[in-house]
Design a protein. Structure first.
Length: 186
């Protein structure tokens, strides 16, 4: 067996699985009108942790978002760039886990990915996409305050889906000897 091809195939399958999970949860929860509740940030963080040396890792959040945005008929391109950039940041935050995996790092990358998305996207929304709030520090604070219900959904879904992804992967390493033997953190 060619271990390089096997590893590339495994990385591709893992990345494809993350994309499917991200797409499915984004479509499902949007259809249920539960916005900002999906596995996209969790998938980006997980890809950063386990696929950062792979050519597929960074594609996970990009393909997930592009596919679902195509279904949702896209929206404002500059704001889409900010949103996609936030997912790229979440991916790079996830790489911090692989340096020295621990429960504390897992919590840090999960909370960090969620918080960065909230801060970056709402900061971009406030001056360029809304007239609801004055373009002052007070208006920025009001904008963040009004976005807290969306952040709650995002944070809860990030905690849930990263738990499923990281926990499932760790369980697979324990109970499936082949996974344990083949898994090498980046």
């Amino acid at each position: 067996m060619n271990t390089v091809n096997d590893q590339s195939k495994s990385e591709f399958l893992l990345a494809a699985g993350l994309v499917v999970i991200g797409i499915a949860t984004r479509l499902l929860f949007n259809a249920l009108h539960v916005y900002n509740f999906n596995a996209v940030i969790a998938s980006a963080i997980f890809a950063g942790a386990y696929l950062s040396r792979s050519k597929y890792g960074l594609l996970v959040p990009m393909i997930t978002m592009f596919a679902t945005d195509a279904i949702f008929k896209f929206y404002d391109l500059p704001f889409m760039a900010v949103v996609y950039g936030s997912f790229i940041l979440a991916y790079f935050i996830g790489t911090g886990y692989s340096k020295k995996p621990s429960l504390l790092r897992y919590i840090g990358v999960t909370l960090g990915g969620s918080l960065v998305f909230f801060i970056v996207t709402n900061f971009a929304w406030w001056p360029f996409y809304t007239t609801l709030y004055p373009h002052t520090i007070g208006g920025l604070i009001q904008s963040y305050t009004m976005a807290l219900p969306f952040y709650r959904n995002s944070l809860l879904s990030d905690l849930l889906f990263t738990s499923v992804l990281f926990g499932g992967f760790e369980m697979a390493k324990v109970f499936l000897p082949r996974v344990k033997k083949e898994v090498v953190l980046n």
